[in-house]
Design a protein around this ligand. Structure first.
Ligand code: NAP
Length: 291
């Protein structure tokens, strides 16, 4: 048996295409959706992520502005930039690319963003709404993208066992809440680095989500035949057979595709969905101005 591939690249493009109509409506009402991305420092991966987000904005007809700050930017300066963007009525979405430079406090910066412009969905107000079961607001992009992949494939999780491996604020924890919400109705186990017997927990699961950032840690023989496997991890590993000397891989052993019913590829699975959910949140934020 070989798993059905959950193609995030093509679903992401479909999601973006659907946003096109809403963007046109906004523009007819005199509102040009506008995402401001704050990029502090020179982390090469962050520069690639920001470039990909700006390209997605171009595809969707969303204006994007990039605010570049030096690696030695102070916490106070970063906060001032966010406050200026909060006050700018032409800006609908604000994203501060993570990680922010050493010596800055990312949580405080997140809390400074106006919750109605928090297109990353990380502000305590937006995470709090999610805890309260409100899932129509600014949801964190990666968890929301995972839910879209599951929905689009028609995977029924009612009463099913799900394990989310990883409990981060940006992926594992909010995704666990989304899977357990009424209407999705999975029974969710949250696993982490202190969990005993992860292999056994996985073997019993109908859905395994790996979000740990450790290359190919989740083994093929941990996967129940026919289970859905969502691989959130993005890890760069050495590969002498490539000209670049490295390649990207997920948190799940590729052989798991032989046992799973559905599986996300890395790259091309969750990554593109994260970006299309960012576009979706930006359009949603701009639509708030219609009311
Ligand atoms: P993170 O903040 O570092 O959290 C990692 C989580 O994994 C922690 O809860 C940690 O447990 C747990 N963990 C680490 N090693 C483990 C192990 N061997 N067994 C079980 N649990 C383990 O990472 P993150 O920000 O959530 O990101 C996770 C991965 O997803 C990374 O590879 C990241 O690049 C990727 N990612 C991808 C996207 C995308 O768009 N595709 C978006 C965001 C992140 P403790 O809590 O006990 O430390």
């Amino acid at each position: 048996m070989s798993a059905v591939i959950l193609d995030g690249k093509s679903l992401g493009l479909r999601v973006e295409a659907k946003l096109g109509d809403r963007v046109s409506q906004l523009k007819k009402s005199g509102i040009e959706p506008h995402l401001a991305v704050v990029l502090a420092g020179d982390d090469p991966a962050s520069h690639v992520y920001v470039r990909n987000k700006q390209r997605a904005c171009e595809r969707c007809g969303i204006k994007s502005t990039r605010v570049d700050l030096p690696n030695n930017v102070s916490q106070q300066e970063l906060i001032q930039v966010v406050e200026r963007l909060n006050a700018d009525d032409s800006v609908h979405g604000i994203l501060v690319q993570s990680p922010t430079p050493d010596g800055t406090d990312e949580l405080e910066i997140t809390e400074t963003i106006d919750p109605s412009k928090d297109v990353d969905g990380f502000h305590p107000t937006n995470l709090g709404r999610l805890v309260m079961g409100q899932v129509d607001g600014m949801l964190p992009c990666t968890p929301a993208g995972v839910m879209e992949l599951i929905k689009d494939a028609g995977i029924d999780l009612i009463g099913k066992k799900a394990v989310v491996i990883g409990r981060s604020r940006i992926v594992g924890m909010p995704l666990s809440l989304l899977l357990a919400q009424k209407g999705i109705d999975a029974t969710v186990t949250i696993a982490h680095s202190r969990t005993h017997d992860i292999a056994e927990i996985c073997r019993a699961a109908d859905l395994v989500v790996a979000a740990i950032g450790r290359a190919e840690t989740i083994q093929a023989d941990w996967i129940k035949p026919g289970a859905t496997v969502i691989d959130v991890g993005i890890n760069r590993v050495a590969d002498d057979s490539r000209e670049s000397g490295s390649r990207l891989t997920g948190d799940v052993e590729p052989e798991a595709a032989k046992k799973a019913g559905y599986i996300t590829p890395v790259p091309g699975g969750v990554g593109p969905m994260t970006i299309s959910m960012l576009m979706s949140n930006t359009v949603k934020a701009a639509e708030l101005r219609l009311n």
